[in-house]
Design a protein around this ligand. Structure first.
Ligand SMILES: [Zn+2]
Ligand SMILES: [Zn+2]
Length: 691
């Protein structure tokens, strides 16, 4: 063996050895209970970041542990086309070349993004290999695989047939820059100061932060309990600048405390107003279009951007003496989660899923622990979301994604929904002139079906054997986007929860606990860390110190420190292999102590792994291998080498097994260097030490 372990010399060779041995592919055995993790599919458009390194390490540790315990173990890899994210990144790339998405036809743009994504996907998959991910590549899936799309279409059709999909005019969260609507979950709240204008509406004064929308007002509403306005109910207010009369109505949703307690009702540009408008059968007027420009207003404002129009309208209101006062208020505004710009609530016609019945069933599953969250705090968050979800807008105005299988009749304007095939004729009137909707599905609609969609499209029998899967291990920020939707859609389509346990993980932060981001300049590149210190060092460093559910700090120093641990393991192997095996040695007290300590360590590590306390398991092993085995036992054994050899070999073999899930490369390399000294040819396929 070399004096020093040089990871670069061995890692890729060892990975090939595992992959070629078929160790990543489980053997289905009906008599045994399988252990299954569906990998949260990384975005196919991005290389892996340091957070992925921790996620991959966590899942690979659990997978290798259960595989060694003899369970048929499946870790299913995949990639997500990540609709909005990818198109956003791609459009930025186009912009750098002085182009925009509108310079290309739908087909050309799709093809260009496809090629770009395929290239990145390959890089991402290479990174998973570099990190040692022992996932089953024969079952690798992509969210745009044709058979996956087929499943997504089937689910949509089933939802439609069950009356759970509707096309509705609703207030949507529209980002004029991204050019698409978003669901409630993709919106961030930003606190900022704005002017609150008190405007003269004749008999009432109303307060608004958005004077440019007054032309879309259709009523003024007051709370029925508000004594101040009782005598005005049924009368009319007057819209300034255009002198249109507006009915004064009563509605319990009006907040008596806000402004003057009289609210201008603008159903076209505010979600609450839309609700009030529907209740009172008021018209919906839009004065801002999807590009964020003014429409349906007095001529002088038409075509202005909403922000410019605000200034112009305020100026005119001022000149007309219609502004009674201006206050500054601190309030929350909705911003796009991608570009952080203002979201424009717009009325638009989109496809919606009625989530109430789905959420109700999912909530029941969480309450009954059909799905268990390993950390109670996340169970609470999931329940909160399940109780508060509004109908889910699943259409996106982008090309990168799964196109919605809905065709509109050019004659009767009704929609025909299929499982993906172009319909021959309109399902309402029989006309043959139909046009497919240009929108695509929200990415989370397809990834929400990932656990059953992947397993239903693989080997026959995979679904019935591996579903429901054992553990889902996503980052906490996608709990509402993804986890609860997988639970809803899994129960709805596959009849069972998609996974039995949810093991949410925290984020990787820098050594000062700061969030890692390009703008802070504290990015740690996983590739660079592996190059310099080896995959094992990065894996152990990324899980060291914190429970999975919590955020974790990482620095180059901590990775370097774990490289030293890998070297220590290597040196132990080298020392033990200096002498041939000796079955006969007589055991003394030292031997008995180390064997007892090994037993205790095995017990503790097994227990900790079963409880997902992988950071503590690593620390227990570190302590045992470095201090008890190397510092104490090996030092003493030097004086009675031949006698101790039997124990040395045994403790090394068992230590390598225990260490393998955490540091798979160095342990397998030593195992191979032993030239058949141990009980199986491959460490990855050896059995877990029994406590
Ligand atoms: Zn945006
Ligand atoms: Zn028709």
């Amino acid at each position: 063996m070399d004096k020093v372990y040089s990871h670069q010399k061995y890692e890729s060779e060892i990975y090939r050895l595992w992959e070629n041995s078929g160790a990543f592919t489980p053997r289905v055995d009906k008599k045994k209970k399988p252990f299954t993790i569906i990998m949260p599919p990384p975005n196919a458009s991005d290389p892996l970041h340091i957070g992925h390194a921790r996620e991959v390490a966590t899942q690979d540790i659990l997978i290798r542990y259960h595989r060694m315990k003899g369970e048929p173990t499946l870790w299913l890899p995949g990639a997500d086309h990540a609709g909005i994210e990818t198109q956003y990144v791609f459009e930025k790339k186009l912009a750098k070349e002085g182009k925009s998405r509108f310079d290309y036809s739908r087909e050309t743009l799709y093809k260009m993004i496809w090629d770009y994504v395929m290239q990145n996907k390959k890089t991402m998959e290479g990174q998973l290999r570099v990190l040692g991910a022992s996932c089953d590549w024969t079952r690798n899936r992509f969210t745009l695989d044709p058979d996956i799309i087929e499943i997504v279409y089937k689910t949509f059709k089933k939802l439609y047939d069950d009356g759970l999909v509707y096309r509705g005019e609703r207030i949507v969260n529209y980002c004029p820059r991204c050019g698409t609507a978003y669901s409630q979950l993709e919106i961030d709240a930003l606190e900022r100061n704005d002017n609150l204008y008190y405007l003269n509406y004749g008999p009432v004064t109303i307060a608004t932060t958005r004077p440019e929308t007054i032309f879309a007002d259709v009523a003024v509403a007051v709370n029925p309990k508000d004594e101040r306005y009782k005598k005005l109910l049924g009368k009319t207010a007057v819209l300034p600048l255009v002198n249109r009369e507006l009915p004064i109505i009563a509605d319990g949703l009006v907040d008596v405390e806000f402004g003057t307690g009289a609210l201008k009702i603008t159903p076209g540009h505010d979600a609450t107003d839309f609700e009030i408008g529907q209740k009172h059968k008021l018209a919906t007027v839009s004065v801002i279009d999807e590009k964020g420009r003014m429409i349906n207003t007095p001529q002088k404002y038409i075509g202005m951007k909403a922000g410019e129009a605000r200034e112009a309208v305020v100026k005119d209101l001022y000149a007309a003496k219609k502004i009674k006062k201006i206050e500054t208020i601190k309030h929350l505004v909705a911003v796009c989660y991608r570009d952080k710009g203002l979201i424009e609530p717009l009325v638009s016609t989109q496809w919606f899923i009625k989530v109430k019945p789905l959420a109700k069933r999912a909530l029941l599953a969480v309450n009954k622990a059909e799905v268990k969250f390993t950390a109670e705090k996340f169970s609470k968050i999931a329940k909160h979301w399940l109780k508060n979800l509004r109908d889910w807008n699943i259409s996106r105005q982008i090309v990168w994604g799964i196109r919605i299988p809905a065709w509109r009749c050019e004659k009767c304007l009704e929609w025909t929904i299929t499982e993906g095939d172009q319909p021959a004729k309109c399902s309402s009137c029989g006309n043959a002139n139909l046009k497919q909707d240009t929108d695509t599905f929200d990415t989370w609609f397809s990834s929400g079906q990932w656990p059953f969609a992947t397993l239903q499209t693989l080997e026959p029998g995979d679904f019935s054997y591996f579903y429901p899967t054992s553990v889902m291990n996503p980052a906490y920020d996608i709990l509402p986007f993804w986890v609860i939707r997988m639970i809803m859609l899994g129960l709805y389509t596959a009849g069972e929860v998609p996974f039995k346990e949810v093991l949410i993980h925290g984020l990787v932060r820098d050594k000062d606990g700061q969030k890692i981001s390009k703008s802070k300049g504290n990015v740690i590149d996983p590739n660079e860390m592996v190059q310099k210190y080896g995959a094992d060092a990065l894996r152990v460093a990324s899980i060291w110190g914190s429970l999975i559910e919590n955020d974790n700090s990482l620095s180059e120093d901590s990775v370097r420190g774990q490289r030293n641990f890998a070297n220590k393991i290597w040196n132990i192997g080298r020392f033990v292999f200096l002498e041939p095996k000796n079955k006969k040695g007589k055991r003394n007290e030292d031997d008995r102590i180390i064997l007892k300590q090994l037993k205790t360590t095995t017990k503790r590590v097994t227990k900790l792994l079963d409880k997902y306390r992988i950071n503590e398991a690593t620390q227990v092993l570190y302590e045992f291998v470095w201090h008890k085995f190397a510092d104490v036992y090996i030092e003493k054994a030097k004086s009675r080498r031949l006698e101790a050899q039997r124990t040395l070999d045994y403790v090394l073999q068992e230590s390598l097994k225990l260490l393998h899930p955490f540091a798979p490369f160095v342990t397998e390399t030593i195992w191979q260097e032993s030239k058949g000294r141990f009980d199986t040819p491959l460490l990855i396929s050896s059995s877990w030490p029994s406590p």
